[in-house]
Design a protein around this ligand. Structure first.
Ligand code: GLY
Length: 414
């Protein structure tokens, strides 16, 4: 085992132990978006749900963490905990609790899609397809883009898209692949193509959000929500771009999405501080005293690892792979808590600096993508949950096999 492989493997063991302990401690209650000083508490009430209820955009990351830990250790209590979450996600989409959002892919890829693909849970498959239908409702014509937030009649949100949505279109590719109905994939392709053409600036930086006219579909321009300014480049947005364009390339086979991912990756790597963890906005560089965003680093590590595999074995592929590994090692060595003092996995993220929320704190998506990065870098052959589907093939050749795909399980059996 190489030095960095040993570091990552030991880090994954520690992460899996914490995920297991959290499953026991939280039971059915979902944790809050962010920890405070390394400690998560149940999420506060909201959207008509009680304390610990399933609302907001981050609850699927807890379920994804449970599946990762279960795939590593094959412990029945982890599977039961994940399946309890999946039942909660079925209820959530049935009752349309807090579903006016593009975030349905984050929520349902890591919960119901993964449940169906790993265990053959038919109710989870149905819920995943209902979530894909709800995401399709957000497509705005004639631009053919998926609205980010809010009720579709809300004039303050109408026509606004967001770079994070690139992580939500895998739900649509999956829906086409399992249902045999190509309209999900067609909507995903149109949306991603619009982001490819407009959300990346000529200098390879990205806008956080981008607006379209709703009458004639004309692109209007970009603004930020969580970045430093409209003209700056929010670090997590760039990371969503790296990983999201890469996943959409894998799922569609479209080479222009791979080029878009590389543009995002090359700018991100140019702006990385020497220690491999970005400041929360890429406008900041080495020597400043701004907080880092470890969650952006974790997402980028996953994206760079996937990109390396798609670019191939030459110098460029090796460069992305080395960057992915160096990032994961830096996170494991310098941004994880002292065991026993926290229930979070990855410290020093930034949720929303302009609003002062979750600044220099752990967050659920940082924990998830950190664990995914450790998994994918230590378990060759493991298929990311975003790419699960019949044969993990492009939805251009859909086939409803009615069967889930079972994949190799490192260190355990399903
Ligand atoms: N998707 C919301 C965020 O990255 O903060």
């Amino acid at each position: 085992m190489t030095g960095s492989r040993a570091v990552l493997s030991a880090a994954l063991d520690r992460a899996a132990a914490t995920i297991g302990a959290n499953a026991a401690a939280f039971g059915p209650l979902f944790p809050d978006d962010c920890a405070i000083d390394g400690v998560y508490r149940p999420r506060p009430p909201g959207a008509g749900q009680p304390t610990g209820g399933n609302h907001g955009w981050t609850t699927g990351f807890r379920t994804g963490l449970l599946w990762l830990a279960f795939q590593r250790a094959a412990q029945p209590d982890l599977r039961r905990a994940a399946q309890r979450d999946v039942a909660s996600f079925s209820r959530r989409i049935d009752q349309r609790i807090d579903t006016d959002t593009h975030d349905l892919g984050f929520l349902y890829s890591l919960s119901c899609v993964t449940a169906w693909q790993l265990t053959g849970d038919a109710a989870a498959r149905r819920a995943g397809l209902r979530a894909a239908d709800a995401l399709l409702e957000r497509v705005i014509e004639p631009a053919g883009v998926i609205q980010a937030w809010g009720d579709l009649s809300d004039p303050g949100q109408r026509g606004r898209t967001i770079i994070d949505s690139l992580m939500n279109t895998p739900l649509l590719w999956w829906a086409s692949a399992v249902s045999g109905r190509p309209h999900y994939a067609a909507a995903a392709w149109r949306h991603v193509a619009q982001l490819r053409d407009h959300i990346i600036r000529p200098d390879n930086t990205t806008f956080h959000t981008f607006w379209w006219r709703t009458d004639d579909g004309r692109p209007l321009g970009g603004t930020t929500q969580q970045g430093f300014s409209d003209a700056s480049c929010w670090a997590r947005g760039q990371a969503w771009g790296i990983y999201g364009f890469t996943l959409n390339h894998v799922l569609s086979g479209d080479p222009s999405f791979l080029r878009a991912a590389r543009r995002c990756a090359d700018h991100y790597l140019d702006r990385l501080p020497a220690d491999g963890v970005p400041y929360w906005d890429l406008v900041f560089a080495d020597g400043c005293d701004q907080p880092r965003d470890t969650s952006a680093a974790a997402i980028a590590a996953c994206g760079l690892a996937e990109l390396a595999a798609r670019v191939g074995p030459g110098d460029e592929g090796r460069r992305y792979r080395r960057a992915a590994e160096a990032t994961a090692v830096a996170l494991a060595r310098h941004h994880t808590p002292v065991p026993g003092r926290a229930n979070a996995l990855l410290l020093h993220g930034v949720y929303d600096w302009p609003k002062g929320v979750g600044v220099d704190q752990a967050n659920l998506w940082g924990d998830y993508f950190y664990s995914e990065a450790l998994t994918r870098l230590t378990a060759p052959g493991w298929t990311p949950y975003w790419l699960l589907g019949p044969g993990a093939t492009p939805a251009a050749s859909p086939a409803d096999t009615g069967r889930p795909v079972r994949q190799p399980v490192p260190g355990g059996d399903l």
